[in-house]
Write a protein that binds this ligand. Structure first.
Ligand SMILES: [Zn+2]
Length: 291
């Protein structure tokens, strides 16, 4: 005798009215008024927002990236780490990564597919035919020198110490400029500093050093990333870069399938008064140098 009531209750539970109140899955942005408004304001400026730093790791998949794009209006571009100590450690792994990502469509189009490069000879190790299939190559400056046991030194690790920051900074600037000479499309986390010297940012990143990085990026056609979860680059660098004619990209740099808070993107858009011509849209990889 309770069946009709139960059926009605089940119908109600399954109704869209109730589903509308549910939290979206973690790989989709929360459908808040504030988020929608920020995206709408960017679109009103004519900006095509693309996240060029979505790692396919930690449960994130190209399919989730595609659903995220279709739900948010922010384009998804996917990548993964390439290098000897990284998930894409050889050309076979890279080929299958590109194949897997290339099957996925968002809004009827293939997702842009890239790599994040971690070895400084990557452009000599990668199969040129695979390089030609990539839409973009992203690099950061966060691996420099060697540890005591001869491994590449990851500057973000807590045990990194630097005895003479000024001397180190000169070597680090040269490292930044060398990376910008590689055939990369995007410099991620520009002006990054290791935690042990991060409180000396203004002193170590002099205007002259910033200008050298920006001038090289402009000359080489390398975009500078504005990253959701990073304190780098700071507003002083961003303003100088805009003034010097640099192009920018946006990134989130995830470790799992959860969305990040994009406040830093929207703050930068308004701080720099970004217009469509300020954004790089590397949809087909064009090497700036072949060697
Ligand atoms: Zn990354």
């Amino acid at each position: 005798m309770y069946r009709p009531a139960l059926a009605a209750l089940l119908a109600l539970l399954c109704s869209s009215a109730l589903r509308a109140g549910e939290e979206p899955p973690p790989y989709l942005y929360p459908a808040t008024q504030a988020f929608r408004q920020s995206v709408a304001e960017a679109h009103a400026r004519g900006l095509l927002l693309t996240d060029y730093h979505i790692h396919i790791r930690g449960g994130m998949t190209p399919e989730k990236a595609a659903l995220r794009q279709e739900a948010s209006g922010i384009r998804s571009a996917v990548l993964e780490n390439l290098g000897r100590d990284w998930p894409l450690s050889n050309n076979v792994a890279l080929a299958s990564f590109i194949d897997a990502c290339s099957h996925v469509r968002a809004d009827g189009r293939r997702l842009p597919v890239g790599v994040q490069v971690n070895d400084r000879d990557w452009h000599r190790q990668i199969d040129p035919a695979l390089l030609a299939r990539l839409d973009f190559v992203l690099a950061d400056t966060m691996i420099m020198g060697e540890t005591a046991d001869g491994r590449p030194r990851r500057l973000w690790l807590p045990d990194v110490t630097i005895d003479e920051p000024e001397v180190w900074m000169e070597a680090y600037l040269a490292h930044n400029l060398r990376i910008l000479d590689e055939p990369v499309s995007i410099l991620a986390n520009p002006t990054y500093l290791p935690p042990c010297i991060s409180n000396r940012y203004d002193e170590l990143w002099t205007e002259d050093r910033m200008r050298q990085v920006i001038a090289k990026a402009v000359a080489r056609g390398v975009a500078l990333e504005i990253q959701a979860g990073s304190a780098y680059p700071k507003p002083r660098f961003l303003k100088l870069a805009k003034h010097m004619g640099a192009k920018f990209t946006f990134g989130s740099n995830n470790f799992d399938d959860k969305v990040k808070d994009l406040s830093r993107w929207f703050e930068a858009i308004s701080l720099l008064d970004l217009r469509p011509g300020d954004l790089a849209l590397p949809d087909k990889y064009k090497p700036t140098r072949t060697d």
